[in-house]
Write a protein that binds this ligand. Sequence first.
Ligand code: CAP
Ligand code: MG
Length: 378
Amino acid sequence: VQKVAAKVFEAKKIAPKNYWVKIAYPEEHFEPGNMSQILASVAGNVFGMKAVDSLRLQDIQWTKKMVKSFPGPQFGINGVRKIFKEKKRPLMLSVPKPKVGMTTAEHKNIGWQIWTGGLDLLKDDENLTNQWFNPFYKRVAETLAIRDKAEKVTGDVKSYLINVTAPTVQEMEKSAKFVAKHGGEYVMIDICTGGWMAVSSLREICQDLGLAMHAHRAFHGSFTRIPAHGFSMLNLAKTVRLLGVDNLHIGTAGVGKLVGGAVEVKNIQDQITAETAKANSAEHSLEQNWYGTKPVFPVSSGGLHPIIVEDVLDRMGTNIMLQIGGGIHGHPKGSYAGAKAMREAVEAYMDGVHVDDAAKTSKELRQALEYWGHTRPR
Ligand code: CAP
Ligand code: MG
């Protein structure tokens, strides 16, 4: 009991009844490679203790043995870039909107438009899985067939992030196998509603099938958002880097519609991409050596449109993925024009051209500028 007991080694009082505390746990406490066991321990019952008014688990510094007990990403940023034969620019994805309700024919038609308009990836929304109006197997087979045509027409690599989040791991495995059989490169999973075991299981399945994994974080706001309580987004990001997702939504650094300001998102970006991430006192995060774990591709998404893409790239750099849904399909001339506008906004940024200047020579970008201006969502 003494051997596996945790030790509080620092407790800094910052206000009455308010402390920053650091706790060290012996490795013997844990089952290596079992995230559900580890988090049931360090992020478990303590959150429900009557004696604790509120509690925030801000960061976990993982030891070498623990880091090495997890697989990490199979592809990582460089592996994903190799799939697309694209070394520099941000990769671009789009979710058809409205999120749910479209038929398979409508959905795949949006895919055709955004791929031929210049984007790299179509993406299922987090709540589109296997509903009657757009059933999973039909959607996968038909959309990947049309993807093949888009590749032929454009001469570029195109892919599809297919949501395999399912009622059981067995069903998820069946779905992933179907994706691989039909020539897909990627699956996506709702990491928070699916749970750690589902993410780990899918990582193993993807290893066998050679598929990359996109992680959607819907539901994270229920436990990451309140500053004085819960499990931080930083923790979530580090957890799934260990578990081995290739892409992760981390926010827009304050530009878009969802939570996560520039300082927080930048720190998370460092943590999921660095070989050794430095401590960040403003964010109360600790140094982390990743011992060779591959970097995760950060995904910036939520309330973006082509004209404000440059604001995100100024803050996060160009080694990211950009997702735009409503800001493409809401373009006054439709999804194809929206995709063209986004591609041109990104190309202009890469060439050092301001988006207002690029709009002078691009019809689609000009229409986007007239429609949205530089407005950012609230
Ligand atoms: C964005 C989105 C994404 C969120 C996820 C949505 O759509 O598809 O799920 O961005 O948030 O459903 O809202 P729009 P985050 O492009 O139309 O806004 O990336 O912060 O996890
Ligand atoms: Mg979504």
